[in-house]
Design a protein around this ligand. Structure first.
Ligand code: GAR
Length: 207
C-alpha cells in the first residue's frame, strides 16, 4: 500500500474527489495518509478531518524562505513514509531539492490542456479567463508529473471540455472541474499506485 500525501491551499474539491474515490475502493493500492495545507483555516482541512485523514498545516508564512518551507514539508512527508505527493490546488512554490527528492512522484492537476494556458501566473480562475479571452472552443484539464519547470513535467492524462456560448470564467471553471478534473485526478492516482505509469523522457506510458 502506497502512502499518499495531498497538498492543498484552498477549498479542496479535488481532494474531495480523491477521498470519495478512495471510499468507493477506486484506489486499491494507495492510501491517503495525510493532507497538508500551506495555510491554516482552509476548507480542505475540514474535508480531511471529516474523512478521518490526518490534517496538517505547514504554513508558508511561518518560514523565512522557500527553502526552509520545503525542508519542513519534506521532513513531514518523510516521517510519514509518503510515496506519492499530489498537488490539488496547492499554490506555494516547491524548490528543486523537494522536487528531486520526489522525482516522478509528484502529480499536479492543472485546469487547461497543457501546453495552453499554463506556466507562471496561470492558476485557478485566471486560466479560464485567459481561455475565454483567447476564444478557444475547447479547453480541459491535465494531470502531469511535476518537474522543475512550471507546468512542464510529463503529461499523464488529459480530458477536453467544450466551451459553451455564455460561459463565464466561473461557469467554465465549474464545468472543467466536474467533467474533467474530478475524474482525471483519482484515475491518475490509482494508475500511479498500481505501478502502471512509466516515464520515458517527456512521455508517460500507461502499461
Ligand atoms: C483547481 O481547479 C486546480 O486545477 C487549480 O486550482 C483549483 C483548486 O481547486 N490548480 C491550478 O490552477 C494549478 N496551476 P480545489 O481546491 O477545489 O481543488
Amino acid at each position: 500500500m502506497l502512502n499518499i500525501a495531498v497538498l492543498v491551499s484552498g477549498g479542496g474539491t479535488n481532494l474531495q474527489a480523491l477521498l470519495d474515490a478512495q471510499a468507493r475502493g477506486e484506489i486499491p493500492e494507495g492510501k491517503i495518509s495525510v493532507v497538508v495545507a500551506s495555510k491554516p483555516g482552509v476548507f480542505a482541512l475540514e474535508r480531511a478531518e471529516k474523512a478521518g485523514v490526518e490534517a496538517l498545516v505547514v504554513a508558508r508564512k511561518d518560514y523565512p524562505d522557500t527553502g526552509a518551507f520545503c525542508d519542513a514539508l519534506r521532513e513531514a512527508l518523510q516521517a510519514r513514509g509518503i510515496g506519492l505527493v499530489v498537488l490539488a490546488g496547492f499554490l506555494s512554490i516547491l524548490n528543486g531539492d523537494f522536487i528531486r527528492a520526489y522525482e516522478n512522484k509528484i502529480i499536479n492537476i492543472h485546469p487547461s490542456l497543457i501546453p495552453s494556458f499554463c506556466g507562471k501566473g496561470f492558476y485557478g480562475l485566471k486560466v479560464h479567463e485567459e481561455a475565454l479571452e483567447r476564444g478557444v472552443k475547447v479547453t480541459g484539464a491535465t494531470v502531469h508529473f511535476v518537474n522543475e519547470g512550471a507546468d512542464e513535467g510529463p503529461i499523464i492524462l488529459q480530458k477536453a471540455v467544450a466551451i459553451q456560448e455564455g460561459d463565464t470564467p466561473e461557469l467554465l471553471q465549474k464545468r472543467v472541474m466536474e467533467e474533467a478534473e474530478w475524474k482525471l485526478l483519482p484515475q491518475a492516482v490509482a494508475l500511479f499506485c498500481a505501478g502502471k505509469l512509466k516515464v520515458e523522457g517527456r512521455r508517460v506510458h500507461i502499461v
